[in-house]
Design a protein around this ligand. Sequence first.
Ligand SMILES: NC(=O)c1ccc[n+]([C@@H]2O[C@H](COP(=O)([O-])OP(=O)(O)OC[C@H]3O[C@@H](n4cnc5c(N)ncnc54)[C@H](O)[C@@H]3O)[C@@H](O)[C@H]2O)c1
Length: 341
Amino acid sequence: MNGIAVAGAGLIGKRHLASLRTAAIPIHSVIDPDPASAAIAAEFGVPRYPNLADGLDAKPDGVVIATPNVLHMEGATACIAARVPVLVEKPITTELADAIRIIEAGEAANVPVLTGQHRRHLPVVRAAKERIDTGALGTLVAAHAMFWISKPDDYFKTPWRRSKGAGPILMNAIHDLDLLRYLLGEVESVRAVQTNRIRNHEIEDACAALITFESGLICTLQISDAVVSPWSFELTGHDNPAYPPTDQNALFIGGTHGSLALPRGEEWSDGGKRDWWQPISRKTLLRGGDDPLVAQLENFAAVIRGEEAPVCSGREGMKSLAALIALRDAAQNGKTEVPEV
Ligand SMILES: NC(=O)c1ccc[n+]([C@@H]2O[C@H](COP(=O)([O-])OP(=O)(O)OC[C@H]3O[C@@H](n4cnc5c(N)ncnc54)[C@H](O)[C@@H]3O)[C@@H](O)[C@H]2O)c1
């Protein structure tokens, strides 16, 4: 195996490099135009290429695209044209037409395309999906998801992170929407409102959404990167050691026979009594286990070897993006003013 190259050695690219090392998957190279990335390549003992064309010429077995969102389409289609499997960080693109282009190119060339959605690799998420799919919660009624976190001022010194194409809807809620779709099925419609009144950036700093699913389930989703709180999967999921963990939940799913709180994996049930005077009890689903970023790369390597199907395919990434674009557009347009009286 020539190894997997990482294009974009920034915040998450460095984590992918470390995760490849943990997984004992050969690292092919670091691809990044920033001269500072030479030191990162040296740290991992691999060559550095200043652009994707040079990196692809050196024949990696696969490429992780961890570049700014607006460069994903160009990077993914270059890999597909070179017949190199590609794992594209979330969001797969910032516009649906670009995602469709990637998926169609990948399927036409029979080159695997994966989307970086590492939460699908968390053991507790898989256990929750099994409980839902086997009907343990009864008919699903409602869900509530929280992404409230406080990004430091430093984060916004990188210009692309405060410009159109970034923002917590595209950057963060894509994880929550993908998780909701994975657990609850396809999204039917979205209503939303947003504000940028805290930082006054071009992009939003808070959004509240109402989501309906094809199953009839209704869902609320709260998004803000300007709130100090313990309620986000980032802080509660323990899936990225960079975040200081909290012992809270960030996703609540309710059905006619029980409910689930994630990522702590708490399942509440009344033992089938369906009587609000009866005590309800809690049991805990499987938690902990493998680092999901490592598991995601192991799946990518197995897809390259032809041994496994993608846990989150490019097509899945595109479907989650479709729901996200609907949310983003609703947040920009979907407000009805209350008349002054
Ligand atoms: N899965 C996750 O949990 C997670 C977390 C953070 C970021 N991300 C995603 O990863 C991507 C990168 O985010 P980030 O915060 O690491 O960004 P970043 O700004 O920290 O890093 C981006 C890197 O890409 C490099 N780059 C720019 N143009 C390039 C090109 N043409 N070819 C190769 N490299 C290029 C930059 O020099 C920089 O080093 C985004 O799509 C983001 O949404 C995912």
